[in-house]
Design a protein around this ligand. Structure first.
Ligand code: SAM
Length: 285
């Protein structure tokens, strides 16, 4: 009898994956953690019943999450990742020279098990001296830290359980206090087709704090519901419109090895389809 992993993150919409070998299944103090093998996605990590990352499609998500803000900014020295315990964003960040990264995740077990059972995702990032790992609630950390960051990457679970606080006005406001002038915050903001309310909430909350708020998109096959939206917020309006030539030059200089990101994809990702634009301007139901 083949076991099936059934993700019902969005009511009425289920994603069923045939489960191969199970590497880990246990409830940590905070979250229900499952890591299993899938024929197409490779090793899959799920938290509280929602897919977090898979070995075979994580490159799309982590390349877009990291290289878009870093190449748009052009002079990033310090980065904060809130969440990101699988290490995928950290791995992409380690491809950039002259940066220091602080990763704040609430659950040490996610990090340990990702390194043990899905080492390709973090690719040794947790052993890199440029990465400083702090186990804490990201919401608390940004309230208390005296450190300042050029980019903040909110690589959170969806707004359920411990991840819920990472979608609040209070958290975004404290993130802004941790940003350097003209710094950028990017967020995991779900698939608008099935998570439209989350998109609009983030747009409104970030909009009260930053001069320029928008989204950019990419389709990650294991995230059901169509293209995923990355939230984008900064006080430097020029950063979202950096020209293709500059991005291409920075991409070349950084000598980044990628499998999804290109400067052209970067520019195109900010062109939002009309249904997403309408979500942002629609009156709340
Ligand atoms: N790519 C995934 C997605 O799109 O849902 C996110 C991956 S990453 C595994 C999510 C991380 O957020 C987990 O490691 C979890 O422990 C962490 N997390 C959840 N709530 C948190 C909080 N309040 N502070 C810090 N980390 C948190």
């Amino acid at each position: 009898m083949i076991e099936v992993f059934d993700e019902d993150l969005h009511s009425g919409v289920n994603l069923a994956l045939e489960v191969g070998e199970i590497y880990y299944r246990e409830k940590t103090d905070l979250q229900d953690l499952l890591i299993f093998e899938h024929a197409r996605f490779g090793r899959v990590m799920a938290l509280d019943g929602s897919i977090q990352t898979t070995e075979n499609d994580e490159f799309i998500y982590h390349e877009m999450f990291v290289h878009v803000p870093l190449l748009a900014h052009g002079n990033v020295k310090n980065v904060l990742i809130v969440g990101g315990g699988d290490g995928g964003a950290a791995r992409q960040l380690m491809k950039h020279d002259d940066i220091n990264v602080t990763l704040v995740d609430i659950d040490r077990t996610v990090i340990d098990l990702s390194v043990e059972y899905m080492p390709k995702v973090s690719g040794g990032a947790f052993d890199d001296p440029r990465l400083n790992v702090i186990i804490a609630d990201g919401c608390q950390y940004v309230k208390e830290t005296a450190d300042r960051f050029d980019v903040i990457i909110v690589d959170s679970t969806d707004p359920h359980g411990p991840g819920q606080v990472l979608f609040t006005q209070e958290f975004y406001s404290d993130c802004k206090s941790c940003l350097t002038d003209g710094g950028i915050i990017v967020t995991q903001n779900g698939c608008p087709f099935v998570q439209g309310d989350e998109l609009r909430d983030s747009y409104e909350r970030l909009g009260t704090l930053f001069q320029d708020v928008s989204f950019y998109m990419a389709t990650i096959p294991s995230y059901v519901g169509g293209p995923l939206a990355f939230g984008w917020a900064t006080d430097n309006k020029a950063l979202r419109n950096v020209d293709l030539g500059t991005l291409a030059e920075r991409f070349l200089t950084a000598e980044l090895q990628t499998d999804y990101y290109t400067p052209e994809i970067h520019k195109a990702a900010f062109v939002l389809p009309l249904y997403v634009q309408k979500l942002l301007t629609a009156e709340k139901a």
